[in-house]
Design a protein around this ligand. Structure first.
Ligand code: HEM
Length: 404
């Protein structure tokens, strides 16, 4: 028998995007009792198996295209500027885009940036190491991804600060408070678009060894990205590749500060970095949930989700699913791979395009920080972002460690 989802008697939770730290235990308990609950925006999906099934089922479409409407109310300025991006595209349009751009995001091109990543992190940590204290967010996490994205794209150093601000402001459209920030979001969208068009024009005249040149040249069977698609891809990299990276680093270091033995282990054995990154992202991922809507009536596990129904696969709770990860609440950077990947990069056709780059960034940063911040401890209170944000992490992470 198939029951329409709105007729089910489901527990209700106050869950929009992120799970606030104080509600985590309650949600974990709920997740062990129910695979489906009713949330503030849609239906949160808690279990690994269901999150993967939904993210891999092409009838469930990305809710990214709805963000402006969902979060920004009906503000016409956001609607007007709504563009299709790789994150919101579906079906053949998405397949074509992904096929054209994927080679530019290979692990090999990410690996080429590793020495530069080490140089950036070392430069940032050099400034705070002698004093033995810092706000990791302001001193390391915020600045870290910008030079890397600029180097990847081939954007001039002088523009780094602009990038940082645009990336942050454009992403506000995914926050539950977007309606109050429309001016700021629209302004950043306009400036970023203008800037991107300039960068592309530059590279058409003067090709270089960078991502923009590679995207301009990307071709398959005579098919190429057009100008608007190029702009969209460059923006997807700027927007998708900065706030995610900095928040993930913040979440990961906050987690290590609670587990000094693991921090010491990483300092002593930097070769554990790849496993440490998977484990920190599993245990404490910066993207806590994503959204999908039913593009048609969908039946799943005896439940009918009518066309238009919104579900929120909780990547964070899927990452703690005990049927996939043994003792899921234990943080252990030597953990053997379970055979199933951690979910913080998503799953299915929208799986993070920048995953190789993001992995490299975390794998390079964490062992350097572990070595240069010995005897790490939290110095005061951590301020967390509100749980209404799509990308979660610390706003302030005051730390102390042995000066060096
Ligand atoms: C630790 C850092 C990162 C995390 C946690 C992360 C997480 C994610 C997640 C969960 C998705 C899928 C969203 C969904 O299915 O609704 C995604 C997609 C995407 N990410 Fe990342 N990301 C990170 C870094 C990056 C970087 C560095 C880049 C760019 C260089 C990037 C570019 C993208 C793009 C373009 C997509 C859309 C792919 C598509 O729709 O086909 N991300 N990311």
């Amino acid at each position: 028998m198939v029951t329409p989802v709105n007729e089910l008697d489901l527990p209700e939770v106050d869950f929009s995007f992120a799970d606030a730290p104080e509600q985590r235990d309650r949600l974990t308990k709920l997740a062990s009792e129910h695979w489906l609950v009713r949330g503030a925006l849609g239906y949160p999906i808690f279990r690994y198996e269901d999150c993967v099934a939904i993210l891999r089922d092409k009838r469930w479409h990305s809710a990214a295209s709805l963000a402006a409407d969902l979060m920004g109310g009906s503000d016409p300025r956001l609607r007007e500027r709504r563009r299709e991006s790789i994150l919101s595209a579906e079906g053949d349009v998405h397949t074509r885009l992904r096929r054209l751009v994927a080679p530019s995001f290979s692990p090999r091109s990410a690996d080429a940036l590793r020495p530069f990543m080490r140089e950036v992190v070392t430069g940032l940590v050099d400034r705070v190491a002698p004093s033995g204290r810092c706000d990791l967010v302001a001193d390391v996490c915020d600045p870290y991804p910008i030079p890397i994205i600029c180097e990847l794209l081939g954007a001039p150093k002088d523009d780094w600060e602009l990038f940082s601000r645009w990336a942050e402001d454009v992403l506000r459209v995914f926050n539950a408070t977007a309606a109050d920030e429309v001016d700021r979001i629209v302004q950043a969208q306009i400036e970023l678009e203008e800037y991107t068009r300039g960068l592309i024009a530059d590279r058409r005249n003067k090709p270089a060894d960078d991502l923009i040149t590679s995207l301009i040249a990307a071709e398959e069977a005579g098919d190429k990205l057009n100008e608007d698609e190029l702009v969209m891809m460059v923006q997807a990299v700027i927007v998708g590749g900065t706030d995610t990276t900095r928040n993930q680093l913040g979440c990961s270091v906050a987690l290590f500060a609670d587990h000094p033995d693991q921090w010491q282990l990483l300092a002593d054995r930097p070769e554990l970095a790849p496993r440490a990154v998977e484990e920190t992202m599993r245990h404490f991922g910066a993207v806590r949930a994503t959204g999908r809507f039913a593009s048609e009536d969908i039946e799943y596990k005896g439940v009918l989700f009518p066309k238009g129904t919104l579900v929120m696969p909780s990547l964070a709770l899927a990452n703690r699913d005990s049927s996939v990860f043994a003792e899921p609440d234990r943080f252990d950077i030597t953990r053997e791979p379970s055979g199933q990947p951690q979910m913080t990069f998503g799953s299915g056709i929208h799986y993070c395009l920048g995953a190789a780059l993001a992995r490299a960034e975390q794998q390079e940063a964490l062992p350097i920080l572990a070595r240069r911040m010995p005897n790490l401890r939290v110095d005061g209170d951590i301020t967390w972002k509100p749980s209404t944000v799509a990308i979660f992490g610390p706003e302030k992470l005051p730390l102390r460690f042995d000066p060096n």
